[in-house]
Design a protein around this ligand. Structure first.
Ligand SMILES: C[S@@+](CC[C@H](N)C(=O)[O-])C[C@H]1O[C@@H](n2cnc3c(N)ncnc32)[C@H](O)[C@@H]1O
Length: 253
């Protein structure tokens, strides 16, 4: 008897598990050159505030003490650049992303901002990292985990590559929990974001995927449980901007 095919979500569509990554890669291939501009327009600059809150939590050393950050699904490098600017001379970040187009934009930005000696860009899949065990002091993933087909594999890899005492931080869209704001947010998401995506990138479908994938992502408590299941300790999360975004934290002890 044939075994039933494993499926997952790509936005609101059910797709074979093996197809999701290809579809996600098409999204970021299509939007890479205008990705940073779209972030500013869609969030009215708020993504910068959320990212700064993540960097505050990361709290990289200002001293010369060595500190290795792995920024997975790091795309055009935003998180790593912000961390590098806050950190001392011992800091080094590795941006790992599956999409060469996003990495190309990131490399260009690093050179322009004179950060190319402190931030490296590596192509790789969050589900199967090419880094050795216990190699990093911190692992960040911002607006990335939602796109990964097998989240449990990515969390297992995060645990594996962290040193004991290492920090896991995940910033991701979440569930709006303020009455009233939820309706405005839904209206804005479905009526404004895809047309804005059409205007800026010529690709409304990628932004339709964005708003749908947000609704399919586990609620913060459920995601915290997944982080615990991967082996992390002292797992906590905070809700930002009425639940538009959540920041999850865990430690490899
Ligand atoms: C929304 S962007 C986030 C980029 C960046 N972290 C930021 O906050 O601006 C999501 C990124 O996840 C990457 N991505 C998707 N699936 C991935 C996977 N399996 N492994 C690594 N990166 C992945 C995409 O290529 C894309 O660059």
């Amino acid at each position: 008897m044939d075994r039933p095919e494993l499926t997952t979500h790509f936005g609101y569509r059910d797709v074979p598990l093996g197809d999701k990554q290809t579809l996600v890669n098409e999204v970021f291939h299509s939007v890479a050159s205008r990705y940073d501009l779209m972030n500013d327009l869609m969030s009215a600059g708020l993504h910068r505030v959320w990212k700064d809150i993540m960097i505050n939590a990361l709290n990289p050393p200002r001293s010369d003490a060595p500190f290795a950050l792995l920024d997975v699904a790091g795309g055009t490098g935003d998180i790593s650049f912000r961390a590098a600017r806050e950190a001392g001379h011992g800091f080094h970040a590795t941006v790992c992303d599956i999409n060469p187009d996003m990495l190309a934009v990131g490399r260009e930005r690093a050179a322009k901002n004179h950060l190319d000696d402190r931030v490296d860009f590596v192509e790789g899949n969050a589900e199967a990292l090419s880094f050795p065990d216990r190699a990093f002091d911190a692992y960040t993933i911002a607006f990335g985990i939602r796109n990964v087909p097998r989240i449990d594999l990515a969390l297992g890899e995060a645990y594996r590559v962290l040193k004991p005492g290492g920090r896991f931080l995940c910033l991701e869209f979440s569930t709006v929990d303020v009455p009233g704001l939820d309706r405005i947010y839904d209206l804005f998401s479905f009526k404004v974001i895809p047309p804005l995506g059409r205007m800026v990138t010529g690709d409304p479908d990628s932004y339709q995927y964005l708003v749908e994938s947000i609704r399919k992502f586990p609620r913060p408590n459920a995601f915290a449980e997944m982080v615990r299941d991967a082996g992390f300790s002292r797992v906590t999360w905070q809700s930002l901007s009425g639940g538009i975004v959540a920041l999850h934290s865990g430690w490899r002890l």
